[in-house]
Design a protein around this ligand. Structure first.
Ligand SMILES: *[C@@H]1O[C@H](CO)[C@@H](O)[C@H](O)[C@H]1NC(C)=O
Ligand SMILES: [Ca+2]
Ligand SMILES: [Zn+2]
Length: 621
């Protein structure tokens, strides 16, 4: 059997071959502002993201329009930014916004002569008293740069050809935009922003093409690859066995069930069974699709027409996975498609209950008039032919489908299918949640190394969350099934023991890869979870009822609430502060000391800075 360390290096080599041959990473401060993107052997670019400032205001502060009658999220946010930064209203544009039950979120961007600056954005959050509770900003000071022409000298078509040639992909017909990019030297570059995809490599980026020279000056990479050495949702691996579930869909989150988009109305009774997991779902209101395709997701192999059809009439999906056979043989493919469909729908329903709604830029085809952009259900490519021993998830902006690709794993004989390991599917799906909820649905705000690392950490933490069954908080290991190794795919189990898992904030000084950084964040969140469950116990119904009081429910509220609070390209410090503020917004700060103690236990105390540990908690804790 292979050791975990062996796998770690194999997988890192697979996923990060390019970065290991690159020059050594610069000082760790660049974690928070830079990310090297090597998209082809010939294309390398270090993308720059101005550092985001982030302030939180506890119970809230007034904004300039507070005394005016009525509230207008757009005006209130713009005038607040104007007052904070001394930037003219004309240079601040409202981009998107939404309200949760406890906060109103506004996402704005800097514009110069009417052209948006892609990497200069801000977010203002108001509580239900109409006060400002947080402000994140990567706006740049207008005095620091000369404004170039707002008229491109290259046409969009010319920019597309340049990007296709440089990146080895094809323009995907998503409408191009004209935006400025701030470079590290504070200069502004006018760019055509074009989306380029490569089906074979899975690359999917926004290329910012200098509208004068045709050079690519900035990249948004929508794809988060797994290097994790990666059945009901609380089960992780097949060997834990299958069981029967009744009515798995949460009708509050998916009002027409999982197999309908609400456009056709029939009244068939529905039963869904998957991979030995049996759903007796009797309450689908308007079943419309008789295959693994619905409002939140479509699972297929090869082409979107290749879905799993019901095994018998009445929306039965009964496919028994045979572990002795290849993943492609017998009923195994249908079992895999059905399981992936089930897990993605379940994550949709759970996260919806805790705030990842239509307005908060989630993935649905039909948004039922509840805000946000539709036509963006998750596409799940099972047994995808373009990869091995991995999985990935691409998160473009709200309104374009999230794209999950699950690959086979060839470390065992027969091979194993990542679509059958729930923690892999949950991990991937969570990339969609964090990339959409941070920064207002643009898919552009977890791009720095440190923010990308936290993206991996949140994904592991969500996978862990789905598997807890009671108030014990055992060590958590991810990805045992696909590699057939009980040690899983990470360096250490996530643990409340600092001996079992020694990772802490200062570990970032020597970590230069997103999954490695993610392990630090996931381990911190494991300890936050343990603190909250220790304080509040465990609610068994938290997956479908966000009003329960268990620490697991508190954790997931804060997890989702903090995402739209934190600034674009958050750091460990600003993400921590967003959790503390989220607790004020929802629970009046009741968990402040619990949170601080957990963060401080792993080096993220009040005086932590620049990847130096601090274990101080606020006075009174
Ligand atoms: C998984 O590992 C166990 C223990 O090492 C081994 O007996 C078994 O054959 C492996 N399974 C596969 C499919 O490789
Ligand atoms: Ca959407
Ligand atoms: Zn990942």
């Amino acid at each position: 059997m292979f050791s975990t360390k062996f796998f770690a290096s194999v997988l890192l080599a697979v996923v990060c071959a390019s970065t290991t041959t690159a020059m050594p990473w610069p000082a760790s401060l660049r974690h928070t502002t830079h990310r090297t993107r090597e998209l082809t052997p010939n294309f390398k670019l270090e993308a720059f993201h101005p550092e985001s400032t982030f302030e939180t205001f506890g119970a809230g502060i007034d904004h300039p329009l507070k005394k005016r009658a009525g509230e207008d999220l757009e005006d209130d946010a713009v005038s607040f930014v104007e007052s904070q930064l001394g930037i003219s209203k004309d240079d601040i544009t409202f981009k998107s916004g939404f309200s949760s039950d406890v906060a109103k979120h506004a996402f704005v961007r800097q514009t110069i002569n009417g052209i948006p600056v892609a990497n200069a954005v801000a977010n203002v959050v108001f509580n239900n008293d109409g006060k400002v509770v947080s402000f994140g900003s990567s706006f740049v000071k207008p005095t620091n740069f000369r404004t170039p022409s707002t008229t491109p000298s290259l046409t969009v078509e010319q920019a597309i050809s340049k990007a296709e040639a440089a990146l080895g992909g094809k323009f995907n017909d998503h409408p191009a935009t004209l935006e400025f990019v701030v470079k590290e030297d504070n200069s502004l570059v006018l760019t055509h922003v074009v989306q380029i995809e490569n089906d074979a490599t899975g690359a999917w980026v926004e290329a910012f093409v200098d509208a004068r020279t045709g050079d690519i000056v900035h990249i948004t990479d929508f794809v988060t690859k797994a290097s994790y050495r990666v059945l009901p949702i609380s089960k992780e691996i097949l060997t834990e066995g299958f069981e029967t579930l009744t009515d798995p869909q949460d009708l509050a989150a998916s009002p027409n069930g999982w197999h309908s988009d609400g456009t056709t109305s029939t009244t068939t009774t529905a039963y869904v069974l998957t991979a030995g997991i049996v759903f007796s779902s009797k309450q689908f209101l308007t079943p419309h699709f008789s295959h693994d395709s619905g409002n939140n997701a479509i699972a297929f192999k090869g082409a979107q027409t290749a879905t799993t059809s019901q095994s018998s009439t009445g929306l039965n999906f009964i496919f028994t996975q045979n572990p002795a056979q290849a993943p492609t043989a017998g009923q195994n493919l249908d079992a895999a498609r059905t399981n992936a469909f089930y897990v993605v729908n379940t994550v949709h329903d759970i996260s919806y209950r805790y705030g990842f709604t239509e307005g908060a830029f989630n993935f649905q085809n039909n948004n039922f008039g509840k805000g946000g952009s539709g036509n963006d259900r998750v596409t799940i490519s099972v047994q995808d032919a373009n990869g091995i021993d991995n999985a990935d998830f691409a998160t473009p902006a709200d309104g374009q489908s999230g794209r999950m690709r699950m690959f086979l794993w060839d470390l065992t004989n027969p091979q194993r299918d990542g679509a059958l390991e729930n923690d892999i599917v949950v991990h991937e799906n969570t990339h969609g949640i964090t990339n959409r909820m941070t920064g207002g649905g643009t898919g552009r705000c977890l791009q720095t190394l440190e923010a990308g690392g936290m993206g991996e950490g949140w994904s592991d933490a969500m996978a862990e969350w789905t598997e807890h069954k009671d108030a014990t908080v055992p060590n958590y290991v991810l990805g045992q099934y696909v590699i057939n190794d009980s040690a899983g795919i990470r360096s250490f189990p996530y643990s409340t023991s600092a001996t079992t898992n020694p990772l802490r904030y200062s570990s970032l000084k020597t970590l230069n890869e997103v999954h490695d950084i993610g392990e630090v964040w996931a381990n911190i969140l494991h300890n936050v979870y343990a603190g909250l469950v220790g304080a509040h116990g465990f609610s068994a119904t938290a997956k479908t009822d966000p009003t329960v009081t268990g620490g697991n429910a508190v954790f997931l509220h804060l997890f989702l609430d903090a995402l739209p609070l934190q600034p674009c390209n958050p750091t460990f410090l600003t993400a921590r502060n967003a959790w503390i503020q989220a607790d004020v917004n929802r629970f009046g700060g009741a968990n402040s000391c619990t949170l601080w103690r957990a963060f401080a236990s792993r080096g993220l105390g009040v005086n932590a800075a620049n990847h130096n540990d601090d274990s101080t908690v606020p006075s009174g804790c």
